[in-house]
Design a protein around this ligand. Structure first.
Ligand SMILES: NC(=O)c1ccc[n+]([C@@H]2O[C@H](COP(=O)([O-])OP(=O)(O)OC[C@H]3O[C@@H](n4cnc5c(N)ncnc54)[C@H](OP(=O)(O)O)[C@@H]3O)[C@@H](O)[C@H]2O)c1
Length: 393
């Protein structure tokens, strides 16, 4: 984290600085929630009331408070480890139809530097479906594959060299240190997953498992990309795809952790209010405006959609363009995220204070039985924030 970051603590624009409730269409007070819906989703949701607005705002769950989440009963549930578990897996590359529910998969052994996690919630990322489609087969682990990078759960077993985690700890993380180079054969869409201790961090105290699972790969990507551009306090940034899993966190980290002077971001019409609620000073509707025609240029452009050729046109001389996907146009550059529990530990205070919040798509969480539906949904490229899987049996 940049040295300047800590000094920004006092200048954060928290969500409490949002417009008054009546003018903020993403305020929970705008929407009604039945107790049945709330119970099913286990996160605050609301029914979108289509009223005066031609395009109703789209308000996913941006949910966290600085209060400690109630103690979970998950640790006590996880006391005995079976030899077999339920998992989703695929034995060949292809569309969603290759995904199979398998009731008897061997529970993975832990290596000396690993812990076994009882999965309480998992989340999907685009890499999960791109991998399943065979896009990374040259560097993939052998089939069959249990997919899933993101996990939140409880440690139930520790390897002989594990130093800082113990049975009963509530943790979260991205289980694959290198996203594309030999990712684990047994991922997080299972009852148990084995993970290197160094890839995990304690679950933020104020977040439940669903909220924690929504963070690791996306927030580590957001953070690593900002670091690689040399982002620091006082700089301006344009985020292309501000409403997705990564972009929603780039906006928040840039504004509330790094101290950006100005944040602009793109989305379609109904997600513009979300961008503003996350910290965007300027929300650009990509269905109506070309960001290249803006009268301003930015110190950094963070391309989370694959528009690098256009992105380089709006960066200041000497600025940086980071691209997560698609073709790269100089001076743009691409990187592939490295999972690192230390990054999560560094960011935990910002999560626990509520400065940075997970964004969870309101169509979820999807129960474990609906993993195919969850994949189909994320593959539409329309998900807002994260697609979470919960409960896991
Ligand atoms: N290199 C790496 O290490 C790395 C790491 C993580 C992710 N990635 C890649 O980065 C990309 C983004 O990941 P993600 O998890 O953030 O994806 P995501 O959450 O699935 O992104 C979905 C969002 O994309 C938005 N979107 C679609 N077309 C858009 C457009 N033309 N302009 C602006 N927004 C648009 C949608 O908003 P609307 O409905 O408003 O269109 C939707 O909210 C993926 O390709 C992923 O594979 C790479």
């Amino acid at each position: 984290m940049h040295a300047s970051t800590a000094s920004q603590l006092t200048t954060f624009h928290s969500l409490s600085s949002l417009p008054p409730r009546e003018s903020n269409p993403c305020s929970p007070f705008r929407y009604s929630l039945t107790s049945r819906e709330a119970k099913k989703k286990s996160i605050p949701t609301r029914r979108i009331s289509v009223g005066q607005r031609r395009v109703p705002p789209f308000c996913p769950s941006v949910s966290a408070s600085s209060q400690v989440a109630p103690a979970s009963a998950e640790a006590s549930k996880a006391s005995s480890i079976p030899s077999e578990m339920k998992a989703w897996l695929y034995g060949e590359y292809g569309g969603v139809d290759v995904l199979k529910f398998e009731p008897k998969v061997t529970v993975p052994e832990v290596k000396e530097d690993q812990v076994l996690v009882k999965v309480v919630a998992a989340a999907l990322n685009p890499v999960d479906f791109k991998r399943r489609q065979g896009k990374f087969k040259a560097t993939d682990s052998p089939l069959p594959t249990v997919p899933g990078y993101d996990v939140a759960g409880v440690v139930v077993k520790v390897g002989s060299q594990v130093k800082n985690l113990k049975v009963g700890d509530e943790v979260y993380g991205d289980i694959n240190e290198k996203a594309l180079e030999g990712p684990n054969q047994f991922g997080s869409l299972a009852e148990y997953t084995a993970v290197e201790e160094k890839l995990l961090a304690p679950k933020p105290k104020n977040l439940d498992f669903v909220q924690a699972a929504a963070l690791p790969l996306a927030i580590e990507t957001a953070y690593e990309g900002l670091e690689r551009t040399g982002f620091s306090a006082g700089k301006s940034i344009l985020v292309l795809n501000g409403a997705g899993g990564v972009g929603s966190l780039v906006i928040q980290l840039a504004k509330h952790v790094f101290g950006a002077s100005r944040v602009a971001a793109t989305s379609s019409t109904r997600k513009l209010e979300l961008l503003k609620s996350l910290g965007s000073d300027l929300a650009i509707d990509y269905t109506k405006e070309n960001f290249e025609e803006l009268p301003e240029k930015f110190d950094v452009v963070y391309d989370a959609i694959g528009q690098c050729e256009r992105a380089v046109k709006v960066v200041k001389e000497g600025g940086s363009v980071v691209a997560l996907t698609g073709a790269v146009t100089p001076p743009g550059f691409r990187f592939v995220v490295t999972s690192n529990g230390a990054v999560l530990r560094k960011l935990n205070p910002y999560l626990e204070s509520g400065k940075v919040k997970p964004v969870i798509d309101p169509k979820g969480p999807f129960p474990f039985s609906q993993v195919v539906e969850a994949f189909s949904y994320i593959e539409t490229n329309r998900a807002t924030g994260k697609v979470v899987i919960h409960p896991i049996p």
